[in-house]
Design a protein. Structure first.
Length: 273
């Protein structure tokens, strides 16, 4: 039986993945990140860990005989001065400075791989949380919405190699906002005052960055995202099929889109567009 360590950030998705992993036959130890993880892990074997205590974390995984790991859940980067790294954390921190999220996660994965602990993709544990291609909810798209989606994908493709953005809002060929360090929901909130209420409906596009390794870090959208889209007055959500996971059950997300008068579209993966 594979022993799986789940490094858990914010939100309930680490709990969902933990239950799914057990159903798949994994033996799970949950490692909630201190000052980050906020779900109830009482049903799991747990070992809380510090964000920068990477040496201790690897030792714990070896003590538990873990041979696989998943990193999942939102992590808010604290100021460097607030980190209290252990010795290995200090060494990695020096390499991580001036690097983006993707490169940082690759360094972390390599560090654990040195002792035979491989990264498992969250999508392999919960494939039912991936979207299919095509129109999944709401009204069929008009010509302008399709053009805005194409523009959004083109912009995200062009900046993804620089470790920037997974989401973008477009309206009538005009870039309204691009996701940066604030995250998806904050970007959607600031988009609301920028939209032209008399123009055609805006679209929200979310795809993985072109340089992103989705086995290490796959984008998520969920009910909170649908609410943020609805509150902002956006009419279309276009999400890459197979490249973005649902934080909540598919039926619930689709029902929320229908209730909010949102068209939900699964886009072809980048290598098929």
């Amino acid at each position: 039986m594979t022993k799986l360590a789940i490094i858990a950030g914010q939100g309930h998705i680490p709990v969902d993945i933990g239950h799914a992993a057990i159903a798949h036959g994994y033996d799970v130890v949950m490692m909630p990140l201190e000052h980050q993880a906020d779900a109830d892990y009482s049903g799991f074997q747990t070992e809380p860990i510090g964000l920068a205590n990477i040496g201790r974390t690897r030792k714990l995984m070896l003590d538990y005989a873990c041979d696989a790991m998943i990193m999942v859940g939102k992590v808010t980067r604290p100021p460097i001065g607030d980190l209290r790294p252990d010795m290995d954390g200090m060494k990695l921190l020096g390499k991580m400075l001036m690097r983006g999220d993707d490169q940082t996660l690759r360094l972390v994965a390599e560090y654990f791989a040195e002792v035979g602990i491989k990264v498992v993709a969250a999508s392999d544990i919960m494939p039912d949380r991936l979207l299919a291609e095509g129109l999944l909810a709401g009204a069929r798209l008009g010509k302008q919405s399709r053009a805005d989606i194409d523009l959004g994908c083109a912009v995200l493709d062009s900046i993804g190699a620089h470790d920037i953005g997974q989401g973008i809002v477009v309206q009538d060929g005009r870039i309204i906002s691009i996701e940066a360090a604030e995250g998806t929901d904050a970007m959607l909130a600031r988009s609301a005052d920028l939209l032209d209420k008399t123009a055609s409906g805006a679209v929200f596009v979310k795809i993985p960055k072109s340089a992103q390794d989705t086995s290490l870090d796959i984008p998520f959208i969920g009910l909170e995202t649908v609410k943020a889209v609805t509150d902002a007055g956006i009419r279309v959500m276009a999400i890459e099929a197979g490249g973005v996971m649902l934080a909540d059950p598919r039926d619930e997300v689709i029902a929320a889109c229908i209730a909010g008068n949102i068209s939900l579209v699964g886009l072809k993966p980048r290598n098929q567009r």
